[in-house]
Design a protein around this ligand. Structure first.
Ligand SMILES: [Zn+2]
Length: 134
């Protein structure tokens, strides 16, 4: 993986786009793949049991002024406990990879440079930081 680049990845994906070259195929395959990512997480809870979900309303500090980001993080719960076992991690990584494949395929078909999209997002993340995501 030493010489890995997103551009190389996009080129490799492009070479594989023979059977599923239609944008409609790629769009629906991407959606299916992203559902399978969620399914892999859900199965770690419901089938394997290596993780558990316990969700409740988030509690933010009443007076957030002067509160640091790391202090705020302590208040916000991911609602997941436990750790993925090796099998569930492997399954999730496979699904994430497939999802990424179809996302990059969609970029390729629509003429979007995936590495530029990543770069733009990276720049936005660095500029806006914590305010970037809702
Ligand atoms: Zn598991």
């Amino acid at each position: 993986m030493a010489d890995f680049s997103f551009a190389d990845f996009q080129e490799a994906v492009s070479d594989c786009l023979i059977r599923h070259r239609s944008v409609l195929d790629v769009m629906t395959k991407f959606q299916e793949a992203s559902s399978r990512v969620n399914r892999a997480v859900a199965k770690s809870v419901t089938s394997c049991g290596c993780t558990e979900v316990c969700a409740k309303r988030q509690k933010f500090p009443e007076h957030p002024e002067g509160t640091t980001l790391s202090q705020i993080k302590q208040f916000i719960d991911t609602h997941i406990s436990g750790e993925l076992c090796a099998d569930c991690r492997d399954a999730l990584e496979n699904e994430v990879g497939r999802c990424l494949f179809y996302l990059v395929a969609l970029c390729e078909i629509t003429g979007v440079d995936f590495s530029e999209a990543v770069e733009r997002e990276w720049e936005s993340l660095r500029t806006l930081g914590v305010f970037n995501m809702s």
